[in-house]
Ligand binder design. Structure first.
Ligand SMILES: O=C(O)CNC(=O)[C@H](CS)NC(=O)CCC(=O)C(=O)O
Length: 295
């Protein structure tokens, strides 16, 4: 038997297992679920398991969350993910899980990429927090519980660079543009979308991010009625760089497994080179501050 060493960025395909979950308000229960999802992903020959936002805990009650939320070195959910990754030689994108933050009492909505030996290769803290008034639902102020991250993260992997993001970030296209210009092949958008915006916006936003950037989009999502009282939209999706929907899980809980042909990224970007065709332009009203304008 010969062993070949494959240079970074050389793998042409990735077998991706995407999980749609209805996470509970305790680490213990979610560790059980992820343990069986990882076994199933391994049995299907997956290279990577992608989990949704808040896979480790969906719990709007800060006081009870605080009983087990800690930092990334001691967090029980992340420890379990690292063990499973090493056990199966399976990369795990955690989606996100709350961690104790540097900022006073607020958590970080932290997303990790773990390699097949159980080592953290990237951490991204959700930058854009969901502070909105929802039509037909209650208003949400994620920033009451979470402190925002301030750093975009492109993770280097054997399958090329992966752009890290979480949920509401999907509405801020410049983040993904920056990833695409830096060579991203896959954009991860793990989510726990609200019901009204899920129905109105979710699929369109995901397809737009894939098409405009010529990237795969992998969006594992929370779905259903959670034990903290929330309901989430589901419809976990994988979209290819042309905008074709490769997977749409609807309301089904469990795994979807797909082989992604990463050569489509370059092929699509050659046929529609919008990244290269981009032009600088002047815009007098407030050219230097366009990201911060109010309505
Ligand atoms: O609170 C947690 O435990 C995990 N975080 C979330 O579920 C966050 C904040 S409430 N959800 C979103 O960002 C939904 C965005 C959305 O629905 C939209 O952009 O329309």
């Amino acid at each position: 038997m010969t062993t070949t060493t494959v240079a970074t960025n050389d793998h042409a395909t990735i077998r991706l297992a995407m999980a749609q979950m209805c996470s509970s308000n305790t680490h213990v229960r979610n560790i059980e679920i992820v343990t069986s999802l990882a076994a199933e992903a391994h049995a299907a020959g997956a290279d990577l398991l992608a989990l949704p936002e808040a896979s480790g805990m969906v719990n709007k009650d800060v006081a009870s969350a605080r009983l087990s939320v800690t930092d990334e070195t001691r967090d029980p959910f992340l420890a379990a993910c690292r063990e499973l990754a090493a056990k199966y030689g399976l990369w795990i994108h955690t989606g996100s899980t709350p961690l104790a933050g540097a900022d006073g009492g607020r958590f970080s909505n932290a997303s990790h990429l773990i390699d097949g030996s159980g080592v953290f290769v990237a951490r991204y803290d959700k930058i854009h927090l969901f502070d909105v008034d929802l039509p037909g639902e209650i208003s949400r102020r994620e920033s009451d519980r979470y402190a925002p991250g301030g750093e975009a993260v492109l993770a280097d992997t054997p399958w090329g660079p992966f752009g890290m993001s979480v949920c509401y970030d999907v509405r801020f296209p410049h983040l993904y543009r920056d990833y695409a210009h830096a060579g991203a092949r896959i954009l991860f958008i793990p989510s726990a979308f609200a019901m009204s915006t899920g129905e109105a916006h979710w699929a369109t936003l995901l397809r737009a991010r894939a098409i405009e950037n010529g990237c795969y989009v992998v969006a594992a999502a929370q779905c259903g009625h959670h034990d903290d009282g929330r309901e989430t939209w589901g419809q976990s999706m994988i979209v290819d760089p042309w905008g074709t929907v490769v997977e749409d899980m609807g309301k089904r809980i469990g795994l979807a497994v797909a082989d992604l042909d990463l050569s489509l990224v370059l092929k699509t970007r050659r046929s529609i080179p919008s990244l290269v065709n981009e032009r600088d332009y002047s815009f007098e009203p407030d050219a230097t501050n366009r990201r911060r304008q109010t309505a």
